[in-house]
Design a protein around this ligand. Structure first.
Ligand SMILES: *[C@@H]1O[C@H](CO)[C@@H](O)[C@H](O)[C@H]1NC(C)=O
Ligand SMILES: *[C@@H]1O[C@H](CO)[C@@H](O)[C@H](O)[C@H]1NC(C)=O
Ligand SMILES: *[C@@H]1O[C@H](CO)[C@@H](O)[C@H](O)[C@H]1NC(C)=O
Ligand SMILES: *[C@@H]1O[C@H](CO)[C@@H](O)[C@H](O)[C@H]1NC(C)=O
Length: 380
């Protein structure tokens, strides 16, 4: 059902594309955007981790029910499409191919994001072998190196790279969420994990600077989700004390933590804007757009009773069990992923990502709103 919604909307986009193509040069999508480049983690990975992972590793995301809404698995950590896919579609561009995918077109962008990636180098973060879940070593720094290698091998001169980036959108993140996830998983307490925030934010900002120095003129830097609302944290950090939960049933302390990261990130982005006055640098507010969806879940078509439940899992209060993650034996996916916000307890459903991408890319949660979709004309 959701897949037919996706295909009918893509034919609408194809139609719009035909109309707008008249005003654009042959090789650009809407708004003069020729390409989208993306650095990040599982929120945006469209297939890198599954290419990187040896056989036997990360089997769950290589198989259904991952991808069930599309009808086949794609390496995306969801039942279907991600925010980055909706952004590409809205820009009149094809979906971003994963950098590690073989024989794929990178004419309209590349996705360097790897599920599980951290902002900081894993070794620097936790010391050698001091944490148990090195999902991937493809941290932001390595992704940035891929990005540079790709541009250098695709364009003859730095000036050509600059020109290309001036007609592109570059997403730096969401990234950093895993730095914190891994720290929390090793049973560090919130005040310990908070100590990582300045270095994580600095790592993100340093990456954005490199991208801007290469010539990027439109950069989007997303913040973290309200992680206290996701089934994974609600389960592992659950409390018997009612006052630990807010009125929406989310864990206060975890949301406060995410808000601290976001506020530090926004401050740093403001500094970046003053260093690069000619570039458009936007903060994508995943935190408040998620809350906006949570608060109007039923009017958006979600089951208001399931906003904190994973669609795919093995039972329990939030349908999440870290020993039985979606796709493992004994787990099942719900019949209607589009009624849920959370797909597997960590990642969101296609329907939730679609709703978020509308609020962000077409609404007020991209700050400032650097994309200017036609529908906004006429409204104020
Ligand atoms: C990839 O492209 C190369 C060169 O064009 C070709 O030889 C090879 O068969 C292709 N591989 C796949 C899997 O399509
Ligand atoms: C957090 O853990 C550290 C040890 O890693 C301890 O020194 C500190 O008191 C703890 N803080 C809180 C608020 O529990
Ligand atoms: C910003 O743009 C202005 C006007 O186009 C130009 O004169 C100036 O050199 C640019 N500044 C930087 C830092 O690129
Ligand atoms: C949601 O829960 C409320 C209260 O428990 C119940 O009355 C309502 O029928 C439920 N809605 C759905 C769609 O299950």
């Amino acid at each position: 059902m959701a897949s037919s919604a996706a295909s009918s909307s893509s034919s609408v986009f194809a139609l719009l594309g035909a109309v707008f193509a008249l005003h654009l040069c042959c090789c650009h999508g809407r708004q003069g955007v020729a390409a989208i480049y993306s650095l990040g983690d599982s929120i945006t990975d469209t297939g890198n981790l599954v290419k990187e992972a040896p056989p036997g590793a990360f089997e769950t995301i290589k198989h259904l029910p991952y991808g069930v809404t599309l009808g086949y698995p794609t390496g995306r950590c969801s039942d279907g499409l991600l925010m980055i896919d909706f952004l590409a579609q809205d820009m009149g561009l094809p979906f971003l191919n994963p950098y590690l995918g073989k024989n794929k077109s990178f004419d309209h962008g590349v996705n360097f994001a790897v599920a599980g990636a951290t902002a900081m180098d894993p070794a620097g973060l936790f010391g050698p072998r001091s944490f148990s879940m090195p999902f991937t070593v493809s941290s932001l720094k390595l992704q940035l190196r891929w990005f540079k290698d790709f541009l250098k091998s695709s364009f003859a001169t730095d000036e050509d790279i600059r020109k290309r980036l001036q007609s592109s959108i570059v997403l730096v993140g969401e990234i950093g969420g895993n730095d914190y996830n891994y720290a929390f998983f090793t049973n560090k307490n919130v005040s310990d994990v908070e100590k990582l925030i300045p270095a994580v934010v600095q790592t993100i900002i340093d990456a954005a600077k490199e991208v801007l120095d290469m010539g990027a003129s439109r950069v989007i830097i997303p913040g973290n989700f309200p992680i206290g609302c996701i089934p994974g944290y609600l389960t592992t950090m659950g409390s018997s004390e009612p006052s630990d939960y807010d009125s929406t049933g989310c864990l206060r302390e975890m949301n406060l933590f995410a808000a601290k990261h976001n506020s530090k990130l926004q401050q740093a982005i403001a500094g970046l804007r003053s260093s690069y006055p000619n570039a458009s640098i936007a903060y994508a507010d995943y935190y408040n757009s998620f809350f906006s969806i949570l608060k109007s879940a039923s009017s958006l078509g979600f089951d208001a009773n399931s906003t904190r439940m994973a669609c795919c899992g093995a039972g329990g209060k939030y349908n999440y069990d870290e020993r039985k993650m979606c796709g493992m034996e004994g787990t099942t996916a719900c019949a209607e992923p589009s009624a849920y916000l959370s797909w597997d307890g960590i990642h969101m459903t296609q329907a939730a990502y679609k709703a978020m991408s509308r609020l962000i890319y077409h609404g007020r949660y991209l700050q400032p709103q650097i994309l200017n979709f036609p529908e906004k004309k006429g409204k104020k």
